[in-house]
Ligand binder design. Structure first.
Ligand SMILES: C[S@@+](CC[C@H](N)C(=O)[O-])C[C@H]1O[C@@H](n2cnc3c(N)ncnc32)[C@H](O)[C@@H]1O
Length: 208
């Protein structure tokens, strides 16, 4: 999703809106100590998060099944396999959550205001929130949220740039225009990962 190199994995990285994903647990197991996840759900216990993920499981899998022609089924064989992979990732996350919370690797917080100081991170990665929820989150929210991520990190990467209907987000061009006016350079970079058909680019933003 983010074309991360081995060297970049050693940077101070913020995973913004990581939710119950396993990236923090996986990097920590590999010896990385500079990856921090922020998400509003981290006010909840592991048991509460697990309950919520199971509670929404059928709805999410059936939505993907209804639109399965809009996805590429090469990495996951079908919607059930994708759902199973999400649950496996959550279980991995849960094994790490309590100790990671005690170590300050999971921090509760919500865009558009993050609980970090200026340039505390080299890189902020945001997956499956901005642009994906284009109907639910306004253009202004996208701009404010990206400026906040750029306050706390030198560079921001966002994936995917398609909305839930698997269409390129209507916010993408106006948001990039606003970032340009605020003094930021942005570019679309092709990445290896593609699940929604055609959604194989990330947005990369940094100061000009
Ligand atoms: C679809 S999940 C994506 C999780 C993970 N990034 C991934 O790709 O698997 C969206 C996440 O955004 C989080 N979220 C929702 N509103 C947010 C906000 N205002 N600021 C930060 N995260 C938010 C949710 O709690 C949820 O964990």
């Amino acid at each position: 999703m983010f074309s991360l190199s081995e060297d970049e994995l050693n940077l101070r990285i913020l995973g913004c809106a990581d939710g119950p994903a396993s990236v923090n647990a996986e990097l920590h197991a590999q010896g990385s100590h500079r990856y921090i996840s922020v998400d509003p759900i981290y006010v909840f216990s592991g048991t509460e998060i697990e309950f919520r993920v199971h509670d929404t499981y059928d709805t999410i899998v059936s939505q993907v099944k209804k639109n399965s022609h809009r996805y590429l089924w090469n990495h996951f064989s079908d919607p059930d396999a994708q759902g199973a992979a999400r649950l496996a990732a959550m279980r991995h996350f849960l094994t790490d959550y309590e100790s990671g919370m005690a170590e300050g690797r999971y921090i509760a917080g919500s865009l558009p205001r993050l609980p970090f100081s200026n340039k505390e991170f080299d890189l902020c990665l945001c997956s499956h929130l901005l642009f994906l929820y284009s109907e639910q989150l306004s253009q202004d929210f996208h701009i404010t949220a990206l400026l906040e991520q750029l306050r706390v990190a030198r560079e921001v990467r966002v994936f995917p740039l398609f909305d839930l209907n698997c269409q390129r987000s209507i916010h993408l061009d106006p948001v990039r225009h606003s970032l340009d006016k605020e003094g930021y350079y942005s570019e679309l970079v092709k990445v290896a990962h593609e699940f929604q058909k055609g959604a194989n680019e990330m947005l990369r933003v940094c100061a000009k």
